[in-house]
Ligand binder design. Structure first.
Ligand SMILES: C[S@@+](CC[C@H](N)C(=O)[O-])C[C@H]1O[C@@H](n2cnc3c(N)ncnc32)[C@H](O)[C@@H]1O
Length: 191
């Protein structure tokens, strides 16, 4: 599938796919929290074709929530509530048009999700919720479910316009024995 994504750069996308491929064959499923219109989800679905892994994707499908104080940035007022609105039906139709197996698509605010809404074991997680609480809640949901050698990729960790992402990740990383590296705006965490 050709590259097409206005949210994640091509280099970042290639890195996400390279890391996701490394998780093929390990036990656990693949999740994306903050799928928006499914550009990255479709590419993940493409590499999962023919595998036993299930792709789970999550979004409010109501656009972004309100920023909190922890998301305020001197860079201004981008990323307003309700921006990035897309319907679950539109995302589902994109998968059908592409001819890929449908992922599990859940419409919810991340703080409404419970453990049972996610797979029991996660091999690969892509978190792209943009804001402090969205990333904090996503990390809480996947925390105890990552398999050994599982990989977590969090977008916008180094994006100065979205400082809440780094705050949430750094808080979560306190007292964790995990390997981390950054790539463009992303942080990659090996559990
Ligand atoms: C930058 S977009 C995701 C882009 C997508 N990952 C991609 O690669 O194309 C962020 C998405 O996160 C969703 N989102 C942010 N915070 C959320 C929350 N707390 N609960 C549910 N969805 C959330 C927004 O609705 C939006 O669709």
């Amino acid at each position: 599938m050709a590259f097409r994504n206005d949210q994640v750069s091509e280099l970042e996308t290639n890195k996400i796919l390279e890391l996701a491929r490394k998780c093929l064959g390990s036990s656990g499923d693949f999740v994306e929290l903050g799928c928006y219109k499914g550009d990255t989800s479709l590419l993940l679905a493409e590499i999962l074709q023919g595998s036993d892994h299930i792709l789970y994707i999550y979004d409010s499908f109501e656009g972004l929530p309100e920023k909190t104080e922890k998301d305020q940035s001197a860079l201004g007022e981008d990323f307003k509530a309700k921006e990035l609105f897309v319907t679950k039906r539109e995302v589902k139709e994109r998968f059908l048009r592409a001819g890929y197996k449908l992922p599990v698509i859940k419409k919810a605010w991340f703080n409404e999700l419970e453990g049972q809404d996610l797979p029991d074991k996660i091999a690969f997680a892509f978190l792209d919720g943009d804001f402090y609480e969205s990333i904090r809640d996503s990390l809480k949901l996947i925390d105890k479910k990552m398999t050994k050698n599982g990989i977590i990729v969090i977008h916008d960790y180094l994006n100065p316009a979205l400082p809440g992402v780094k705050r949430a990740v750094d808080e979560w990383l306190t007292n964790k024995q995990v390997k981390t590296e950054t790539f463009q705006s992303m942080i990659i965490i090996n559990d």
